[in-house]
Design a protein around this ligand. Structure first.
Ligand SMILES: [Cu+2]
Length: 256
């Protein structure tokens, strides 16, 4: 086979297809930045999946291109090709290899899912309410004064458990940078676990068509250093207490 006249052109085509495939993968930023431990776990899995797919793609495409060129029927040749019984070794190979590959991916993906579902003891619990067409976030656990915001604040490096409820239809909380998406279903409390590992502001997007305002149903996930996060908790609670205590003042200020 090595001395076959097909070997050299096939190698050349394979190299060209490889270069184009690798360039297509490496030169384009296909995914948004990663900002959670969960995203990093998916990333390694995805890299392996892309690399395995690229390898298979290159082999199939190179053989296909060469076959189209080398074994093209002559003009006017309407005859059938020679009878072909198949190739047992080849058929066993292309059955066994994908089976091993798929099994390995299945096991790996399961491990990632199990790791991503693990709850940390020092996690922060935040309640999420979705309604047409807005998100709200409530801090009740571990704070003196419960408070609500329109954006989600998360401490860097510490796990957050979102307990999510919907007051009307199905919504879905999606943060691309966290690589996490979870439906919010009326009548159920669904959860999402995230360990943010990069300070920044990321979009929260509703990923389940929920009505006319679906496209506008957005909020922000703001990841802060632990100190800033503690400051945010203290400030937000003080604000609620001040508002509660100063109702008469607010009322008199509103009167001209
Ligand atoms: Cu929606």
């Amino acid at each position: 086979m090595l001395r076959s006249r097909h070997t050299l052109p096939l190698i050349v085509i394979t190299l060209v297809v490889s270069a184009l495939t690798v360039a297509g993968i490496m030169l384009i930023e296909w995914t948004p930045e990663r900002a959670s431990v969960q995203a990093d776990r998916y990333w390694v899995l995805l890299l392996f999946l892309v690399a395995a797919s690229a390898l298979i793609f290159v082999i199939v495409t190179a053989v296909l291109i060469y076959s189209v060129i080398a074994f093209r029927a002559k003009k006017g040749d309407e005859s059938d090709g020679p009878p072909n019984h198949g190739n047992t070794a080849l058929e066993i190979t292309w059955t066994v290899l994908p089976t091993i590959l798929l099994a390995a991916m299945g096991v790996w993906a399961s491990i990632v899912l199990i790791q991503n579902d693990r709850r940390d003891a020092d996690r922060e619990t935040i309640e999420v309410t979705s309604q047409q067409f807005a998100w709200s976030f409530t801090w009740r656990d571990g704070v003196r004064t419960p408070f609500e915001t329109g954006d989600l604040y998360l401490p860097l490096g510490r796990q957050v458990e979102l307990k999510m409820r919907s007051t009307d239809v199905i919504h879905s909380l999606y943060v691309p940078e966290f690589r996490l998406k979870q439906d919010v279903v009326p009548g159920l409390t669904t959860t999402m676990l995230v360990n943010a590992n990069k300070v920044g502001t990321y979009p929260i997007i509703c990923a389940e068509l929920c009505g006319v305002g679906h496209g506008t149903m957005r909020a922000r996930a703001i990841v802060m250093e632990e100190d800033d996060y503690q400051q945010f908790l203290a400030d937000s609670q003080r604000e609620v207490r001040t508002q509660d205590g100063s109702t008469p003042a607010t009322a008199s200020a509103a009167t001209p």
